[in-house]
Design a protein around this ligand. Structure first.
Ligand SMILES: Nc1ncnc2c1ncn2[C@@H]1O[C@H](COP(=O)(O)OP(=O)(O)OP(=O)(O)O)[C@@H](O)[C@H]1O
Ligand SMILES: [Mg+2]
Length: 228
């Protein structure tokens, strides 16, 4: 389980999170929803140690606070960043396998089966790919790591609708294999379909957490998210 308790986070003097508590179990998908600037990306960054934070952050009971970003990733997190976090001057292939073990190299075909468009681009620099193609590389890379937890910050960003369907199909597969997923998603419809729980974040605070099966509460959450 990833567990955040009373987490605050700041960029210099700008405080972005004010006491966020949430947990993600393996096999569970929690969607973080909220307007632009609500702090969704900052929650992901806190888990990875990419922003100064305080409060309690635990992974399978282990305190993450003292761990550097790459150790947190090694401990079982994998991430698709908003803005992708790819190495533009490296090739698609290099980006897919970088930092991965031998197994990851062996499994590159898995990612290429999901995103066949990348097959012909394997030896091109990532910077030369379109935005959507770069997103495919980022997702492919995260999937190849077979992490226990997948942190997805707007995984559908920049993808054509048919690709969005494909990506979510893949996410559903990973869920059923027991992965825990934190999903940042602008589309409440998608969040509702793919997550077990919806967490509404407003100005750095969790306002409501509802089970996605609870239609009445989901409706009220949507109302609150958009209703001001
Ligand atoms: N690098 C930064 N330096 C200073 N302030 C930042 C930085 N990144 C984010 N912030 C601030 O932190 C707050 C939360 O931002 P965050 O990126 O987490 O929002 P978000 O919910 O992911 O928004 P979006 O839907 O637009 O991606 C915002 O007020 C934003 O201005
Ligand atoms: Mg964001």
């Amino acid at each position: 389980m990833i567990e955040l308790q009373d987490v605050t986070a700041s960029y210099g003097r700008v405080q972005a999170l004010f006491g966020v508590s949430l947990s993600i179990h393996r096999g569970q998908t929690v969607a973080l929803v909220g307007t632009n600037g609500a702090g969704k990306t900052t929650v992901v960054r806190s888990i990875l140690g990419l922003v100064a934070s305080s409060g309690s952050l635990r992974l399978e009971g282990r305190d993450l606070a003292a761990m550097k970003t790459h150790d947190r990733v090694r401990a079982g997190n994998s991430v698709v960043h908003e803005g992708r976090g790819l190495l533009g001057e490296f090739t698609v292939m290099e980006n897919l396998v970088i930092g991965g073990d031998v197994d990851v190299r062996k499994r590159v075909d898995e990612a290429l089966d999901v995103f066949p468009d990348l097959r012909g681009r394997l030896h091109d620099e990532v910077a030369l790919l379109s935005g959507g193609q770069q997103q495919m590389v980022a997702l492919g890379r995260a999937m190849l790591r077979r992490p226990n937890y997948l942190l997805l910050d707007e995984p559908a960003l920049g993808l054509a609708p048919v690709m969005v369907d494909l990506v979510y199909q893949k996410i559903a597969e990973l869920q059923s294999e027991g992965m825990g997923v934190l999903l940042v998603e602008q589309s409440l419809e998608r969040a509702k379909i793919h997550a077990d729980e919806l967490c509404l974040l407003k100005v750095g605070r969790i306002h409501q957490t509802v089970a996605s099966s609870d239609s009445a509460r989901v409706a009220s959450l949507i109302d609150e998210a958009f209703g001001g």
